[in-house]
Write a protein that binds this ligand. Structure first.
Ligand SMILES: Cc1cc2nc3c(=O)[nH]c(=O)nc-3n(C[C@H](O)[C@H](O)[C@H](O)COP(=O)(O)O)c2cc1C
Ligand SMILES: CCCCC(=O)C(=O)O
Length: 396
């Protein structure tokens, strides 16, 4: 008899056994040295939980809202490309699992099932992730199809003017399937170099910048969130060195103020709000773009502070445990998105596997809340966690 799967991480090994190496490497890999890939998970380990005792936790309520939509728990499915390489039912299976768990799914611009197929497969609440294509009319058509098919928000991924360097994909000559969303719109059969790389360079508009957001507003009435903008060294410095914060405070107060590192971080967050985004996703793209950026959990708090509650802040990168979700909520995220574990569940056991992944994370979060004295998500506060920065500050 097969041994019982007891946590999300164990699905990774099942996926490795189920998938051709080329696809497993594509899903699991990160950029270059994969430093940030390791950091995304290890940074969670450096945050401790500070539980409260003797709180009535006989009932735990994990439900929350994201952009006004009710969800059973603050856990969403991150946009990840090409689910049919993991399982023949692809994104349709993922969406059905999302519906069964009452969780929000973000469909990738690079999906293998079409926007319409996913929409008609179930009643999951769906958001649509957007890459801005070099041919703007292609992206505009996709956004309008999503809006017409009941997707509730657009998530603009802003950390991919070019594709990160994933060396396994280069070695494996990773090939992407034909993406049905683009049938009749453009050819995705590109056969030079690493096909995935060629697909990306054919697609991504590297000239996209802040001033183009007006164009995006003009093509849709949906709320627009921005994903991946706020992960930079600035936040990590702030997290690691309280002295730098102090020095920067002095610089801000007494010098020109415009060039200090933490200020730049805050400005990026504020800019996203000023430009009119309806939400922010703190993300380093699962460590697949620029290597040596900080773990996304280590910059979350600075972003939350800079945004100051004006729009919701969501989070992704390295979430593998209910305690990870608890930590992200304590640091100010409204919900987390989960990327690879969902694909591993899909590869191992199809729709059922995705459901199990989400259920396991929900069960772990519920237990974490009970054991830390938090009967509802709003009871999870900043003082329920202790970060490295807190520990360093307490030494001063
Ligand atoms: C295989 C794979 C494909 C991805 N495809 C996309 C994509 O099409 N669009 C996007 O915005 N992000 C994409 N991402 C990034 C995820 O949305 C998310 O930021 C990341 O997976 C979160 O980290 P985690 O995998 O540790 O949970 C992809 C990630 C992976 C692993
Ligand atoms: C060209 C496919 C890009 C999908 C993506 O965002 C990723 O693999 O991280």
């Amino acid at each position: 008899m097969a041994t019982e799967i007891v946590n999300v991480k164990e699905f990774q090994e099942l996926a490795r056994q189920a998938l051709p190496k080329m696809y497993y490497d594509y899903y699991s890999g990160g950029a270059e040295d994969q430093y940030t890939l390791r950091e995304n998970m290890e940074a969670f380990c450096r945050i401790q939980i500070q539980p409260r005792i003797l709180v009535d936790v006989s009932k735990i309520d994990m439900s929350t809202t994201v952009l006004g939509y009710n969800t059973s728990a603050p856990i969403m499915i991150a946009p990840t490309a090409m689910h049919q390489l993991a399982h023949p039912e692809g994104e349709v299976a993922t969406a059905r699992a999302a519906a069964a768990c009452n969780t929000i799914m973000v469909l990738s611009y690079m999906s293998t099932c079409t926007v319409e197929e996913v929409a008609s497969s179930c009643n999951a609440i769906r958001f649509f992730q957007l890459y801005v294509h070099k041919r703007r009319d292609v992206s505009a058509q996709l956004v309008q199809r999503a809006e017409g098919n009941g997707y509730k928000a657009v998530i603009l991924t802003a950390d991919a003017p070019r594709l990160g360097r994933r060396e396994a994909d280069i070695k494996n000559k990773m090939i992407s399937p034909q993406l049905k969303n683009f049938e009749g719109l453009l050819s995705t059969e590109v056969d030079k170099g690493s096909n995935i790389q060629a697909l990306a360079s054919e697609t991504f508009d590297a000239s996209l910048c802040w001033k183009d957001i007006g164009w995006l507003r003009s093509i849709t009435n949906l709320p627009i969130l921005i994903k991946g903008v706020l992960t930079c060294e600035d936040g990590a410095c702030l997290g690691w060195m309280p002295m730098l914060l102090w020095i920067s405070h002095i610089m801000d107060t007494h010098l020109d103020g415009g060039n200090s590192l933490p200020r730049m971080e805050a400005e990026a967050a504020i800019k996203a709000v000023e430009v009119g985004f309806d939400g922010i996703i703190v993300s380093n793209h699962g460590a697949r773009q620029l290597d040596y950026v900080p773990a996304s959990i280590s910059v979350l708090e600075e972003v939350v502070q800079a945004v100051g509650g004006k729009v919701p802040v969501l989070f992704d990168g390295g979430v593998r445990r209910g305690t990870d979700i608890f930590k992200a909520l304590a640091l100010g995220a409204q919900a987390v998105l989960v990327g690879r574990p969902v694909i591993y569940g899909l590869a191992a056991k199809g729709e059922y596997g995705v459901r199990r992944v989400i259920e396991m994370l929900k069960d772990e979060l519920e237990l974490s809340m009970a054991l830390s004295g938090c009967p509802s998500v709003k009871d999870i506060t900043r003082s329920h966690v202790r970060t490295e920065r807190d520990r360093l500050q307490s030494m001063l």
